[in-house]
Structures are given as C-alpha cells and as structure tokens.
Design a protein around this ligand. Structure first.
Ligand SMILES: CC[C@@H](C(=O)O)C(=O)SCCNC(=O)CCNC(=O)[C@H](O)C(C)(C)COP(=O)(O)OP(=O)(O)OC[C@H]1O[C@@H](n2cnc3c(N)ncnc32)[C@H](O)[C@@H]1OP(=O)(O)O
Length: 289
C-alpha cells in the first residue's frame, strides 16, 4: 500500500481571517522555484525526489508536494516581497500529478487526502500578499492547469497550452481549480473548458479570459524576461502598498461584504499617514500626464 505522505498539515483549507498588517520592507519579484516545477517528475526537470524514496513514485510525489508547501511557507515569511513568477522547466509548465504515483494512490481516501493537501497549499499560495504570475511555457496539464489558476495572472508563450484533462482521467479538478477557474472565466466557460477537456492554445485562452497576455517569445529565458517586465508595471511602488492592495483584493473576493469592508479599514489604517502617503502628498503629484 502506498505510504501516506500526503496527509495535510491541517484537515481543511484555512479560513481567510482578516490579515495582519503588511510589512514595510523593500520588495522584489522572484520566481517561486526558478527552473523548477513543483509537481513534475524528475525526467521533466522537476524537483528531484528524495533519495530515500527512490523507486517509490507515490512517495516521491509526496516529497515534491511537500516541497511546494515549504516554498509557500517561505513566501508567507517573505515580508518584503511584492510579486512572484511561477514557471516550469524544459519548456513544460507542469504536467500535473506523476501518473506513476497516481497508480499507487488508488482509493477514494487517497484522492481526498491528495485533494485536501493541495487545496490547503494552493489556497495559502493564492492568499499571499504578493502579485503572482504563472508563466506558461509549454504545457500546463491536469494539476498543472489547476496551479495556473492559483496565480493572479497567466502569461502564455506562443507555443504553450493549458488543458484540464481531468475528465479524460475520470475525475474533476479538485485542487481548488474548479472554483478558481469559475471565478476567473465564469461558470459557462468553465463548464465548456472542463467538460470538453479543451486544448487551450494562447489565442483561445486569451479570448475566453484565462490568459492575460500572449508573450512574443517561446524561448525560456526571453519569455521569462518578458514576464518580468510585464509584472514590473504592477509591482512598482512601495511594498507595503502593493501588499496591501493584494490583501484587500483577496478579502474582497473571499469575504462577505461587511468583513471585506472591515479589512479595508484595517489595512488603510496601516497606510494612511504612512511614509508613502505623506511623500505622495508632499510631492503634490499630478496624474494628468
Ligand atoms: C490525479 C491528479 C490529476 C489532478 O488532479 O490534477 C492530474 O494531474 S493527472 C496528470 C495529468 N497529466 C497528464 O495526464 C499528462 C500526461 N502526459 C502527457 O500528456 C505528455 O507526456 C505531455 C505532458 C503532453 C508531454 O508530451 P511530450 O512533449 O510529447 O513528451 P513525452 O510524452 O515524451 O513526455 C516526456 C516524459 O515525461 C513523462 N511524463 C510527462 N508527464 C507525466 C506525468 N504527469 N506523469 C508521469 N510521467 C510524465 C512521459 O511519460 C515521458 O517519460 P518517458 O516516456 O520515460 O520519456
């Protein structure tokens, strides 16, 4: 029987509580995992499995997923950050669960445990006070397609493709991907995308609103530079302001109106009369350019 390496640290997705004050340090953009894709098997250039677990794909996949959670925890503790880019390796964004590992996780309970672990990790990722971009180079399939929806924006290279293949696997996207996709493109389009297991090339993805932009280059390094430039326009400015913006947008999306309004008040109180606000007022900035 497969080792249960995927039991979530908490039994359910964390509830969004009103957030602590954003930090006021200097920020930067960063790749979540430069040149690494968290869920890919090693032959696709993903995180290498723990040697102790070599030969046991289910355990290796568990290790990769734990590594993803660790990176999310690191990002939760990155108090000066403003943005991040998630990208894959060797021109594949992420081809989802390791199919060899999935063979060893055959019970309904296995599926639910995997689902809870990934719902927890990706929900925490989505709620980071960082503006996140999925740089889709090559394919994003299955769990990889779900991962793109945990990012705020999706940039696609000309030769890339997003495909929710779950129907063909006899399952549904359950790492939060169905809920997030519905929020991004609406229920009608989501139903088409999922029930058709549609191949979303960049043109289609842009048309239905999954993709935010098609990049010029399919080259790994050049498209990363393009993505960095694209993100820069949204993260220029003081970290405390960018982080606060992401925080209130997240609460506006997830909380009931009264709670969201309370969050806005709390977050504003950390900014009003603060250095960025006072400097802007002193400069008498005009926005008519
Ligand atoms: C159950 C979880 C579910 C979820 O909830 O989300 C999933 O994620 S299920 C997984 C969904 N993903 C897939 O079904 C992908 C299947 N793979 C493919 O369709 C193709 O491999 C590819 C990703 C389109 C790439 O095609 P291509 O460029 O032609 O390369 P290869 O097919 O030769 O692949 C190279 C190499 O990598 C192996 N590979 C790729 N993806 C996976 C995977 N998800 N799991 C395990 N192995 C994978 C592939 O088998 C090749 O290996 P070798 O044959 O040993 O070279």
């Amino acid at each position: 029987m497969a080792e249960r390496a995927l039991v979530p640290p908490s039994e359910s997705v964390p509830r969004l509580t009103r957030p602590p004050s954003p930090a006021a340090d200097v920020g930067a953009s960063a790749a979540l995992s430069e040149k690494q894709s968290p869920l890919l098997p090693s032959q696709q250039g993903g995180v290498q499995p723990d040697h102790q677990n070599e030969g046991n794909p289910a355990t290796s996949q568990g290790v990769m997923m734990l590594q993803l959670l660790e990176r999310v925890i690191e990002l939760e503790n990155w108090k000066e950050g403003k943005g991040l880019i998630v990208c894959g390796a060797k021109n594949t964004f992420c081809s989802g669960s390791d199919l060899n590992a999935v063979k060893g996780l055959g019970t309904s309970q296995d599926g639910v445990e995997l689902c809870m672990f990934m719902q927890n990790t990706l929900t925490r990722f989505m709620r980071l006070p960082l503006i996140s971009v999925a740089l889709i180079q090559g394919r994003a399939m299955g769990g990889g397609a779900e991962l793109t929806t945990a990012c705020n924006f999706r940039l696609m290279t000309p030769s890339s493709e997003i495909r929710f293949v779950h129907k063909e696997m006899g399952i549904i996207p359950s790492w939060g991907g169905t809920a997030r996709l519905t929020e991004i493109i609406g229920s009608r389009q989501t139903l088409k995308v999922l029930s058709g297991a549609l191949k979303l090339d960049p043109t289609v993805a842009l048309k239905i609103g999954i993709a935010d932009e098609i990049l010029q280059s399919s080259d790994e390094d050049q498209s990363l530079q393009e993505a960095q430039r694209w993100l820069q326009q949204f993260i220029s400015g003081p970290p405390e302001v960018i982080r606060a913006l992401k925080t209130v947008v997240s609460s506006g999306k997830e909380l009931a109106l009264e709670e969201a309004l309370e969050t806005e008040r709390d977050v504003l109180s950390t900014l009003w009369g603060g250095p960025a606000n006072l400097q802007a007022i002193a400069k008498q900035i005009k926005f008519n350019k």
